[in-house]
Design a binder for this molecule. Structure first.
Ligand code: SF4
Length: 339
């Protein structure tokens, strides 16, 4: 039995003040990952600060610059089925609906999705070493069972992957994360939000201590014309990605003028290669060019034994998803994926 305190925050400033009052205090929103971590004794907060009822976090609103602001407290399902998200940012809607289960998407919040922790099996077992859970103790995954683990951006310290689907689309869309903390409010470009493990695998992201995610901004450009999200996994639902790919294009006839390709399931953060995207710009949208872009994205990829297959799988997934993005009709509910 774990005893813990509980307080409801009355607004964002109150939430930040309450969470900063003690070292062992934690925000709770949907709780879909926090409760898992707690049950496995990976975390053990002494007090929870409930942010579920904060109106400031609960809206989806259009921005003057033509973009869309997603409140951090909005549920993943409500975001995916919001009419503007469905129409203008279908890549995001599709990625969210590829994640978890309907029940979890009904509980999980947008802010929480960004903060979910790796599903590395060793991380969830407090009986074994793990540099992310207990810095300096070692990484049994490197020489152990590592089928789900990273092939890009790994370090000697950690080879875990970040498990979100939603964040792969947010990375491709160049979203911005808005946060509030003891030092005030600031905005973080999505590509700077999550971290590679380096020598601090205990840190998943670049949030400062006691900062709260308040919203996520989507730019005006939604890529509703040519987009695709492809998730390859062991089961058709309720499974984390072995490899996922979010692709968007702006096309001028058959010529690509803007390309975005983000990968999930392969690194400690959603993975983008700006070199590969620049390579595609001005080129014909062809399978041959997509294969060359895939090689650039996967440059330096390295397997650890059980996950070696991911390198080939990722290349095929990138090519296939780029082809699917050329055929938006394949994104309609019930449509069959392109061959
Ligand atoms: Fe821990 Fe990272 Fe190694 Fe998994 S991969 S055991 S999370 S250090």
């Amino acid at each position: 039995m774990n005893n813990f305190g509980y307080k409801q925050a009355s607004n964002i400033d109150d939430a930040v003040t309450l969470v900063a009052a003690s070292e062992k205090t934690s925000f709770i929103a949907g709780g879909t990952n926090l409760i898992d971590l707690w049950k496995y004794n990976i975390t053990n907060p002494a007090e929870l600060i409930d942010i579920n009822h904060l109106n400031e976090l609960s809206n989806i609103e259009q921005l003057e610059n033509g973009g869309l602001r997603l409140g951090a407290g909005v549920k993943n399902a409500d975001t995916a089925y919001h009419p503007i998200v469905e129409q203008k940012y279908p890549l995001l809607s599709k990625a969210i609906l590829a994640g978890a289960s309907a029940q979890i998407r009904n509980m999980a919040t947008n802010g929480g999705n960004l903060l979910q922790r790796t599903r590395c099996y060793y991380f969830y077992d407090p009986e074994v070493p793990c540099n992310k859970r207990n810095p300096g103790s070692g990484c049994p995954a490197k020489d152990g069972y590592n089928r789900m683990h990273a092939i890009l951006g790994t370090s000697e310290q950690c080879i875990a992957v970040f498990p979100s689907d939603m964040c792969v689309a947010l990375a491709a869309l160049d979203a911005v994360v808005n946060v509030s903390g003891p030092e005030g409010a600031r905005s973080i470009p999505f590509k700077e939000f999550h971290r590679l493990p380096g020598d601090r695998p205990d840190l998943d992201n670049n949030l400062k201590k006691n900062e709260l995610i308040t919203s996520i901004d989507l730019p005006e450009k939604g890529f509703e014309g040519n987009y695709s999200y492809l998730k390859l996994r062991d089961r058709h639902s309720y499974a984390f990605a072995l490899v996922s790919v979010a692709t968007t294009f702006t096309l001028d006839g058959s010529i690509i003028s803007d390309a975005r390709i983000a990968l999930g399931g392969v690194a400690h953060q959603p993975w983008r290669s700006f070199e590969a995207e620049q390579f595609l710009e001005g080129k014909t949208a062809s399978e041959e060019n997509f294969a060359l872009a895939a090689d650039l994205i996967l440059k330096g990829a390295k397997g650890f034994g059980d996950n070696d297959f991911k390198i080939k799988l990722a290349k095929k997934a990138i090519i296939r998803n780029c082809l699917m993005a050329l055929r938006p009709e394949t994104q309609l509910p019930g449509a069959q994926p392109a061959a």
